[in-house]
Design a protein around this ligand. Structure first.
Ligand code: ATP
Ligand code: MG
Length: 410
């Protein structure tokens, strides 16, 4: 779990505010959920035989003996909140959220125990137009972040649960023939959740997985047509993608469209955004059958990509540093800075506190990165004037009244 320090916060703010703006552009509403939910919620939605539920959840008993879990992802929480507040009664929803998620994984680059996701969940739209909207919106976001050349889209279809049940039989037959080459995790999943074998990160299984029968070849006409429409629409919008037939996602609730945006620039943890359709989840959690699709992006991975990219994000330096040196000058300095903040709200103004000599305050002003310093000494207070000094260029210092100063700064 990481601390975020001011020197890194600028990149985070850039990414978060860009996402908020994107959501406004597309007409999505924000939802904030608590970070703790009943453990049952995640077991029922994500699935008992998944990495998350099997070994990654932070689960504890609270003082009432209820089993609670720090949320490992947002979708289940969002569905729970929507059901609880009646947001899905005969209406469509387009929602977004951002915040911390918790998974007890082996920490490594791009994989942390508290990490952050920005996500979208939509309800009541059967697609594939809404699928296209989400993918288009994400593609736009990469451009805003300046990383569009470093990510690629992989898509697949998981069909319906009926199609998956039929396909699982074929898959199990095939994997059973190669039982001797499977690792322990995959052997266990062969019996409990065979699709999950396709999601294995073990490089030794790559070959077996790539030669396995493909769910995409076993979809019925309706699902196949849905996927064809999605692809055709992306083609028309000139959004590049590759069909990855072994993309199954690590969570159980997906159906039809699934997608991931991946990069080669982050090493092993290359998925920066992942999502898909989960038409069965709302009903599974006690609501009326409701179509749904969403995605989540890992913010830490985006921060790494933006830091590596050419996108120039300057740490915010103040515009003005106020030097107040001498006897009884601070009160005048306060009234000056407050007036400046009233009159020019966009300026970032840093007032020297705790005194110090003129020289030491000048040093602090320089170090702050501010473009200009306002200098207030005993003479200035007596004359009710303020000196302004450009800290970055050699320009003559000026002495101005407060009104002149505001005019000058404007
Ligand atoms: P992975 O295959 O990398 O384990 P996942 O399928 O578990 O991913 P999702 O649940 O789909 O991941 O989460 C969506 C995104 O959140 C991921 O693509 C990734 O960018 C990010 N993410 C997931 N787990 C972590 C983590 N432990 N630390 C940092 N980011 C993470
Ligand atoms: Mg994972």
């Amino acid at each position: 779990m990481n601390d975020l320090l001011p020197q890194n916060a600028t990149t985070w703010q850039f990414i978060e505010s860009s996402f908020q703006h994107l959501m406004k552009q597309y007409g999505y509403g924000e939802i904030r959920m608590p970070i703790v939910e009943k453990t049952e919620l995640f077991k029922r939605s994500i699935g008992e035989v998944t990495d998350i539920v099997e070994k990654e959840m932070y689960t504890f008993e609270d003082r009432n003996g209820d089993s609670l879990t720090l949320r490992p992802e947002g979708t289940a929480c969002c569905v729970r909140a929507c059901l609880q507040h009646g947001l899905l009664h005969n209406q469509q929803q387009r929602l977004w959220y951002m915040g911390p998620m918790f998974r007890h994984e082996r920490p490594q680059k791009g994989r942390y125990r508290q990490f952050h996701q920005m996500g979208v969940e939509t309800f009541g739209m059967a697609g594939p137009d809404i699928d296209v909207e989400l993918i288009t919106m994400i593609a736009r976001f990469w451009k805003v972040l300046g990383i569009e050349d470093d990510v690629r889209l992989e898509i697949n279809s998981l069909g319906t649960s009926t199609e998956r049940t039929a396909y699982k039989k074929l898959l199990v037959e095939y994997l059973t023939q190669h039982k001797d080459k499977l690792d322990d995790d995959s052997l266990r999943r062969l019996n409990t959740n065979p699709l999950r074998v396709l999601d294995s990160k073990n490089p030794d299984l790559k070959d077996i997985i790539s030669k396995a029968p493909k769910l995409l070849d076993h979809l019925d006409a309706a699902s196949a047509d849905y996927f064809r429409q999605l692809c055709a629409s992306l083609d028309k919008l000139k959004i590049n993608y590759v069909v990855n037939t072994s993309l199954v996602r690590g969570l159980d609730y997906y159906s039809q469209t699934v997608f991931e945006w991946v990069t080669d620039s982050l090493g092993a943890q290359g998925t920066v955004c992942a999502g898909g359709r989960y038409d069965g989840l709302v009903e599974q959690l006690g609501g009326k059958a409701t179509t749904a699709i969403g995605f989540a992006m890992g913010v830490e991975r985006l921060v790494s990509m933006v830091e590596q990219s050419a996108t120039d994000i300057k740490p915010a330096a103040p515009d003005l540093y106020i030097i107040a040196a001498g006897e009884n000058v601070q009160q005048f300095a306060f009234s000056v800075v407050e007036t400046v903040r009233d009159e020019i709200p966009a300026l970032s103004v840093l007032l020297n506190c705790d005194g110090g000599s003129f020289k030491s305050q000048m040093k602090k002003a320089d170090k702050s990165g501010a473009a200009n310093a306002l200098i207030i000494g005993e003479d200035e207070v007596a004359e009710k004037k303020i000196c302004i000094k450009n800290l970055r260029n050699k320009e003559p210092q000026q002495k101005l009244t407060l009104t002149e100063l505001v005019q000058f700064l404007k």
